[in-house]
Design a protein around this ligand. Sequence first.
Ligand code: PLP
Ligand code: COI
Length: 370
Amino acid sequence: MTTSPATEIDFEIHPSQTRVPAAERERILADPGFGQVFTDHMITLRWSAERGWHDGKLEPYGPFALDPATSVFHYGQELFEGLKAYRQASGSIVMFRPQANAARFNSSARRMAMPELPEETFLRALELLVTQDREWIPDGEGNSLYLRPFMIATQRGLGVNHPSSEYLFCVIGSPAASYFGAGKTVRVWLSEDYTRAAPGGTGAVKCGGNYAAAFAAQQQAVDQGCDQVVWLDAAEHQWVEEMGGMNLFFVYGTDAGGRILTPALTGSLLPGITRDSLLRLAPTLGIHAAEGRISVSQWRADCAAGELTEVFACGTAAVITPVGGVDGATGGWTIGSGAPGPISLRLKDELIGIQYGHRPDPFGWVHKVA
Ligand code: PLP
Ligand code: COI
């Protein structure tokens, strides 16, 4: 056992004695899928009211033993993040805007009455895991190591008068290809029966409960022949908010003079890091970018008028995924030709170019690990 270089909160290093054999790993990396296979190690770190953050470890990936009365099983006090490590053509290993994930993790923690983690500790945990398991980062554009930091309430007991007094922070890594499959266009379902988030709720944070409550609507979307749900505002059920795991952008016009619009952060949708990156990147490419409001009826009318030419979803897992068509209780429509449009593809190319290191990184978004 060795100890990592001193940081305020330290991690003991316990390498696995039973790693996946290299040939088996290479077979997995040739076709990684999404979120099915995990690397040899994980990070764990505990928090208690008495000790604060303590007992940090990089250790072999494996199950937890938890008492059936552990708080998270009953009251769902949990939050997570998602980001990626990339292998660039030069051989460098980088992460994309991990400080932004650290900040969002802490904003989720505040809303969920959970302890914040110092940003440098969040980053150190990611760097340790990525460095240790770097052989698990697949080659090739579109492939990456998806990193999933999360935190659960681990106090034993069923009382609900106060938040848990103990927590476990953990980071796992999973080799990933593109979430929907390369070149895929998705069809979306407008959820009019269900609501994802309401003012004052948890829509703007990444807590597991938001996703648990979305499965019924996602199932409905699939039953209707769609891939994903589009969530509308809770009060009027007409303003577009976001998708189950992605933000949305609406593209007006064509290549020259095109502009993109994304729903503003009202407090009930997640402030996506990809969304923020595109809002900043697009103007540097001559594409005007704005946050605003768009209703379902305007979406439909602007498509019919030929003004709204493309729609795309964006997120860490989805990167940029074009939306080809929309369905809802009152019928559906096609967006543009139904195929990926030039502005979606251009933005995707530029974003991926920064992540994989073959475009300049004017915003300093790429964080080198090795
Ligand atoms: N919206 C939701 C509900 C999500 O789960 C995600 C994924 O993290 C996003 C949007 C996109 O966020 P990001 O670009 O930070 O991955
Ligand atoms: C992500 O893009 O990181 C997400 O969280 C989306 C989904 C896999 C939940």
